[in-house]
Design a protein. Structure first.
Length: 586
């Protein structure tokens, strides 16, 4: 024992613990197993005869066996010397606490022993007395899973990002398997049972952790991970591009519809309208145009428009630009500006030519006083008529001016036969556009004849309210009625047209005439009608209607005549007319 001289014949010095082994050191002190130093110098030591010859342990007991629940541990007695016969007793301990009833040299490990340290204290008894000594420790006892190091969750705490977790470190009998449950603010997230989890919108501004469950054949144990705290939102992502609806025309309102967008928290959409000279480059913001709607102004004429959508939340923003509109048209489409060839006559409640500077109609309330009414924003000046009608009396039309420049106006000098434009309460309209009302006795006429040679075409916007006929079937000495409007086309030769039945109470755009092959044509709202007419090569004239044909009952808004073949361009002309009057959906 190095400088210590073991004194097996001596026991504790007087006042020492009974049965404690002592030895003499090189400094002549007596040092005992309990750590005490009893004397300095051999001459001062006192011995008790009653302590001599107790059992002395020469080597401690040793536990053997598998450190797992259900296994049996066995303790040796160790090596002892003593007086007479030595007997042994055992006391198994769990974390230095006696295990009740565990007093055999063997011990079967139970659930309470899981993850503890097991020792066995052996007590040797001889003829003199007893001495106890502890065995080595068996530790840890493996049983159901026991967490040593908590799982660790990692990843970027932002919606759309994926988190992952480790299992942590565990002890327990093999084999340990693991399951996972991700939690949002300590509440389980349905279906989130993998070792990874992709953050969703509901996780925004919450704390996320993962509860790991370890399981073996003896049981299960849970341990939660660290928190990924205060999950951040996700940057907006726009799918597709915004769209624009409406007509690209000065004065018309365009409407933007946002493209779909994802992001957390829910992004806020803003809009910026832009214009470009060519529709592909040089896009510039239009000052103040930041609404979902935009009304094209004169500065947009001839240019192109688009809208830029910006979707923003606290995490960031995304932008997307719509497709370009068509080239922005002028504020008003003038029929005769676009289709000028062969214009013979034009009578309308809108301006037909940008160069026309005359009046629209002449009106009267009594057949004695007459007032010319012009245009406001290229349409009949309704406010001027309303002013005349402030006395509550109807307003009648005595003249519709020809806008072709020929000066052949439609007139009616008989007060009782004049069509009405205001009923004393309001302007008469069809589809929110002003219209003349013929009550079945009213008519207007052109006093002079228009001579038409060869092909011709006409267009009329009307709305029947009763049984007014579209075409007259009677043979009237080479004359035939045109839509029962107060005109006839007079052919140099005998001509007979057959009746075409029209639907009543229906607004329509009529196209009729004669093509370059002398075939007579009739179309209404895109449908073609066969007139079954005998061809003629003579001149055609427009003059007032013969007295034998019934008058028109309904509304008329526009009537124009061309002295050329209109068959190939009729659909374009009708589309332009329909764009203004909105009679039907093309």
């Amino acid at each position: 024992m190095n400088d210590k001289n073991y004194i097996p014949s001596r026991t504790s010095p007087k006042g020492g613990r009974r049965g404690c082994l002592c030895w003499e050191t090189s400094t002549y002190s007596i040092e005992c197993c309990d750590g005490s130093v009893r004397a300095q110098g051999i001459g001062s030591v006192y011995f008790s005869e009653e302590d001599s010859n107790l059992p002395i342990n020469l080597s401690p007991p040793v536990i053997s066996g598998t450190a797992e629940r259900g296994e049996t541990l066995t303790s040796t007695t160790g090596t002892w010397t003593g007086t007479g016969t030595i007997t042994f007793a055992y006391q198994w301990k769990r974390d230095n606490v006696n295990i009740s009833g565990a007093t055999s040299s063997t011990y079967v490990l139970v659930a309470d022993d899981d993850n503890t340290s097991i020792t066995c204290v052996v007590t040797a008894t001889d003829d003199v007395g007893s001495t106890s000594i502890s065995s080595n420790a068996i530790s840890p006892i493996l049983g159901s899973p026991y967490n040593l190091v908590a799982p660790v969750a990692s990843g970027t705490g932002q919606v759309g990002q994926t988190l992952s977790t480790t299992n942590g470190s565990w002890q327990g009998i093999a084999t340990i398997t693991f399951t996972y449950q991700w939690r949002r603010d300590a509440s389980d997230i349905s279906g989130a049972t993998s070792s990874t989890y992709t953050l969703v919108a509901d996780d925004y501004a919450t704390d996320i952790d993962c509860m790991v469950t370890a399981t073996n054949t003896l049981g299960s144990a849970n341990q939660d991970s660290n928190d990924i705290a205060n999950i951040a939102g996700s940057v907006p992502v726009i799918s597709g591009v915004p769209t624009i609806s409406g007509t690209a025309k000065v004065g018309e309102t365009l409407t933007a519809t946002a493209a779909s967008v994802t992001g957390t928290p829910t992004p806020t959409d803003t809009f910026q309208w832009q214009r470009s000279d060519d529709g592909s480059t040089g896009w510039a913001n239009i000052s103040g145009a930041t609404s979902t709607t935009y009304t094209a102004v004169s500065a947009d004429e001839g240019k192109y428009l688009r809208v830029v959508q910006t979707s923003t939340n606290e995490a960031g923003s995304d932008t997307a630009s719509s497709a370009s509109t068509a080239q922005v048209a002028s504020a008003f489409d003038f029929l005769f500006d676009n289709y000028s060839t062969g214009v013979l006559a034009g009578y309308s409640m809108r301006k037909l030519s940008s160069t026309y500077s005359g009046e629209c109609i002449e009106v009267t309330q009594d057949g004695l006083t007459f007032t010319d009414i012009g245009f406001s924003n290229n349409v009949l000046d309704e406010s001027a008529i309303n002013t005349i009608a402030e006395n509550g009396d109807p307003v009648y039309v005595s003249k519709v001016y020809d806008q072709s420049g020929s000066g052949e106006d439609m007139v009616q000098t008989t007060f009782s036969a004049m069509p009405q434009i205001h009923n004393g309460t309001k302007i008469l309209e069809v589809n929110n556009k002003p219209a003349l009302y013929y009550d079945g006795t009213d008519f207007m006429q052109v006093n002079n004849q228009h001579i038409i040679s060869g092909a011709m075409g006409f267009y009329q916007v009307n709305y029947n309210t009763n049984s007014g006929r579209g075409f007259d079937s009677s043979d009237q000495s080479s004359n035939f009625t045109l839509l029962n409007f107060r005109f006839q086309l007079k052919l140099a030769g005998t001509q007979k047209l057959y009746t075409v039945s029209l639907p009543y109470n229906n607004q329509r755009i009529w196209f009729g005439g004669r093509n370059s092959s002398n075939e007579f044509l009739a179309k209404m709202n895109g449908n073609t009608y066969d007139l079954s007419a005998t061809t003629s090569t003579g001149d055609v004239k427009i003059e007032k209607l013969g007295s034998s044909v019934s008058y028109y009952d309904g509304y008329i808004q526009e009537f124009v005549i061309y002295d050329n073949d209109q068959e190939s361009t009729s659909s374009d002309v009708i589309t332009q007319i329909n764009d203004f009057y909105s009679v039907f959906t093309p």
